[in-house]
Design a protein around this ligand. Structure first.
Ligand SMILES: *Cc1c(COP(=O)(O)O)cnc(C)c1O
Length: 430
């Protein structure tokens, strides 16, 4: 192979996976083995010294998981990736690897509910300070920076308000402060947007969602651009000799691969939230149809959002793919093929109408997930964002009658038929 840059679709089916050299298997084999026999004592020692890369123990490396990691890193244009048992495990590890007590994080307020709780309470317990800012306001990002700020965090497409991040602008603010920008690109996937191309330093995914795409398997992954200078004097936790790895200086020793090596050899080793080979197989399999699926998700979401917007029983529809969206210009720049298929709309009748609408649906499944081949629906105020107070709810763009949809791969006409039934149910008794 070689002197050709293969296209995205080609890489979704080939990256990370060659025919198995021992058996000839063309599909990715599931190496369901906790551990791997060393060639000899010298090889064993060099693996544990991180002098050579080899299979040791599946909490740290596994060939099926490695194929999935390589596939995602390739699609995102990163230097590498490390996979985890879930999206939140990936985020915990990504944070843990670069932060220490006393550090401070500036984050978008428009986030997945679980991430808000994780940043506030999990990182709070580790004495990491935090400020949430309006992601659309560059001045708010700048104003929140302190000398201790070591991370800027946001989602490409904010959940559930549909805020599209001006990645280039926020990346410039981060760079000026010698601080990495980490982006949760779960909703966009690398097919719709590659944040590393716009100046982000690290990308995290819940692979549970669109990457896997079938709602079968939890997984998460961290992709690194390899470009951040961890030896700028602000990140002793990555640059200094590590007592947890016999005095190894990760950035000095591994250069652009330093953060990822520490993420795997220390953080994944110690947190232990490894992705199972079986889930890695299912997630890698899912990625093989990523371009086809994302195109259909977007087309269906456009049709459903247009229907909702034209119906006067419905309040605000926050799909950034609508021509009326305030994010239309940012969508054109960062997500030219469309802003995925998760969005919200408001029922003016509030909480009670939200519940009645959801109960009248038959094709949409009422559950707490997004990015499935099947269409999903939820009422965030009573479920995913239940832990948040009213002020945090409204900062995240959620009202009492807000309904979140994740549009799947069914026929759009059938989805609209189902939503029509849900809206009709509101009129019955009022
Ligand atoms: C689901 C989700 C997460 C968390 O991922 P898990 O795999 O459930 O741990 C993080 N961010 C976003 C945007 C998500 O949708």
């Amino acid at each position: 192979m070689a002197d050709r840059e293969f296209g995205f679709a080609t890489r979704t089916v080939h990256a990370g996976c060659r025919p198995d050299p021992t058996t000839g298997a063309r599909a990715l084999p599931i190496y369901q083995s906790t551990s791997f026999v060393f060639e000899d004592a010298e090889a064993a020692a060099s693996y544990f010294n991180l002098q050579e890369y080899g299979n040791t123990y599946s909490r740290i490396v596994n060939p099926t998981v490695a194929a999935f990691e390589e596939r995602v890193a390739n699609l995102d244009g990163g230097v590498g990736a490390v996979a985890f048992a879930s999206g939140l495990a990936a985020q915990s590890a990504a944070f843990f690897t670069l932060l220490q007590p006393g550090d401070h994080v500036v984050s978008s307020s428009a986030l997945y509910g679980g991430t808000i709780t994780q940043l506030k309470h999990f990182l709070g317990k580790l004495s990491v300070g935090l400020d949430f800012v309006d992601p659309d306001d560059p001045d708010a990002w700048k104003a929140a920076l302190t000398p201790d700020t070591k991370l800027l965090f946001a989602e490409t497409i904010g959940n559930p308000g549909g805020n599209i991040l001006d990645i280039e602008k926020v990346a410039a603010i981060a760079r000026q402060h010698d601080t990495p920008l980490m982006i949760d690109n779960t909703f966009a996937t690398p097919y719709l947007c590659k944040p590393l191309d716009w100046g982000a330093d690290i990308v995290v995914y819940s692979a549970t969602k669109f990457l896997g795409g079938h709602g079968t398997s939890l997984g998460g992954v961290v992709v690194d651009s390899g470009d951040f200078n961890w030896s700028n004097g602000r990140f002793p936790v990555v640059a200094d000799p590590s007592p947890a790895y016999h005095g190894l200086s990760f950035h000095d020793t591994f250069g652009f691969y330093g953060y990822l090596t520490k993420l795997r050899a220390e953080t994944l080793r110690d947190l232990g939230a490894a992705l199972s080979p079986f889930n890695a197989f299912l997630l890698a399999q899912g990625i093989e149809t990523l371009p086809l699926r994302m195109r259909q998700h977007v087309a269906n979401a456009r049709a459903v959002a247009a229907f909702l917007e034209s119906d006067d029983r419905v309040g605000r529809v926050s799909y950034p793919g609508l021509a009326s969206s305030p994010y239309r210009e940012l969508v054109r720049k960062y997500l030219p093929e469309g802003p995925s298929s998760v969005f919200c709309f408001d029922l003016p009748g509030g909480r009670e109408h939200g519940v009645r609408f959801i109960e009248a649906l038959t094709l949409f499944s009422h559950l707490a997930n997004v990015g499935d081949a099947k269409s999903l629906v939820i009422h965030p105020a009573s479920t995913t964002h239940r832990q948040l107070g009213d002020a945090e709810l409204s900062a995240a763009g959620i009202g009492p009658g807000t309904i979140r949809l994740s549009i799947g791969l069914e026929d759009a006409d059938d989805l609209i038929w189902d939503i029509e039934r849900g809206l009709a149910a509101l009129e019955d008794t009022n």
